[in-house]
Design a protein around this ligand. Structure first.
Ligand SMILES: CC(=O)N[C@@H]1[C@@H](OP(=O)(O)OP(=O)(O)OC[C@H]2O[C@@H](n3ccc(=O)[nH]c3=O)[C@H](O)[C@@H]2O)O[C@H](CO)[C@@H](O)[C@@H]1O
Length: 375
């Protein structure tokens, strides 16, 4: 039976790859191993729990405030050993992280075929997001199987001369994960559990503005702008802001120093994926620089304002549910306020749409892989 090695290191990769792991196992036609690099170890554990999975290999590479060259070098050398030992027939990586890129290079050095989930996303700007745009272009130039979430992503790949693999349009596996957990939450609620428990006590009379932000290209002036915009918003007495602050010290220091102590701003640690979905369902507006949340917000019918200048989610922008606000404090304040104060504008943008597929991406990917092995 052919063997697939699935490798990831961060929370979003785990959220988007564990549905693929389950689908591969359920196909019964391939064996699967999961290797993690521990780029974000404590955030990973929570995701494994919700998918009732466990890693088979843990490279445990996490060191405090590690730099990109160190992560890349250690993954490259350690992954060579893993591949030599396991000798998988395919290595599956996800998205645009350093783990995904370094693993793809290690697989290429070992002449092991590569599958790329969430292939073809492009901002066409190597500086933003940095280094993610480089990572995903590099992976797509090496991969034999390119699982593109949308036709836009597939068209991006068709235009790239360096592409050598076959493109499959599958939808984004993040929607598979979202629907899987949403069903769990709905079952809990129908069982009489507390309606929409949230990880922080919220005032039912106030609107929730949910914030996440961690992009490297925003470090420095970008985060100063984001925090100034949030501090201005926090003067409103009709809202509460909840910000699960990413573990990266470069994010935590500036966010806590600028926003700590404001009465209606809850700075909390990253929450479990289930709690994040609860917060998104409870939120009136979502402010983020996250990629995954640009896909989840539309599916949950929540307006998402993206604190970046570019995005590789044009499909979400086209639905009108997602829009770019950048990191300018006045724009952040004004655009959130417009959604809070103008009911008509809000209703136009707060409708559930699914530009990233119907939640079957992982079963499609598993079917393509198992059939290609058995061809
Ligand atoms: C340039 C870019 O867009 N790159 C993306 C980046 O992923 P991202 O930007 O989506 O990363 P985050 O924002 O960290 O994670 C988001 C996920 O985490 C959940 N969440 C969030 C806060 C929390 O407290 N608890 C949680 O559970 C949340 O619901 C969501 O599902 O790399 C991925 C891997 O390569 C790529 O797929 C993806 O393109």
């Amino acid at each position: 039976m052919q063997h697939v090695l699935v490798v990831f290191g961060t929370r979003p990769e785990a959220i988007k790859m564990l549905p693929v792991v389950r689908a591969l196992r359920e196909s019964g036609r391939v064996s699967v191993s999961v290797a993690i690099t521990g780029q974000h170890r404590q955030m990973l554990d929570q995701v494994f729990e919700v998918f009732e999975e466990r890693p088979d290999i843990d490279l445990n590479l996490m060191t405090h405030d590690q730099k990109l060259p160190d992560i890349t070098a250690s993954i490259l050398s350690q992954m060579a050993g893993v591949l030599g030992g396991l000798r998988p027939d395919l290595v599956l990586v996800h998205g645009d992280t350093t783990t995904a890129m370094a693993t793809a290079v290690a697989a290429f050095y070992n002449r092991v075929p590569i599958g790329h989930v969430e292939a073809g996303l492009r901002s066409f700007d190597l500086a933003r997001p940095w280094p993610e745009e480089f990572n995903r272009v590099a992976i797509d130039s090496l991969a034999e199987y390119l699982f593109a979430p949308t036709t836009v992503a597939a068209e991006n790949l068709d235009r790239e001369y360096s592409r050598r693999g076959r493109v499959f349009i599958t939808g984004n596996t993040g929607i598979d994960a979202l629907l899987h957990v949403s069903r769990k939450i709905e079952m809990e609620e129908s069982g009489g559990a507390n309606v929409l428990k949230t990880p922080v006590a919220l005032d039912p009379e106030r609107s929730l503005v949910l914030v996440t932000g961690h992009r490297r290209e925003s470090f420095g002036a970008g985060f100063e702008g984001i925090c100034a915009g949030l501090a201005k918003l926090a003067r409103r007495s009709d809202i509460e802001i909840v910000y699960p602050v990413h573990m990266n010290p470069s994010v935590r220091e500036v966010v806590h120093s600028r926003l700590g102590g404001l009465p209606n701003v809850h700075l909390i640690d990253p929450v479990s994926y289930v709690d994040m979905i609860r917060l998104m369902k409870r939120a009136k507006v979502i402010l983020t620089d996250s990629g995954g949340i640009q896909e989840e917000g539309p599916a949950l019918g929540r307006p998402v304002l993206v604190m970046r200048d570019t995005t590789e989610r044009p499909e979400a922008i086209a639905t009108g549910t997602v829009s770019l606000v950048g990191t300018d404090p006045i724009r952040i304040h004004d655009e959130v306020s417009e959604l809070l104060d103008d009911e008509q504008s809000y209703r136009k943008r707060a409708r559930a749409v699914f530009p990233y597929g119907d939640g079957t991406a992982s079963t499609q990917i598993a079917k393509i892989i198992s059939e290609s092995f058995c061809a």
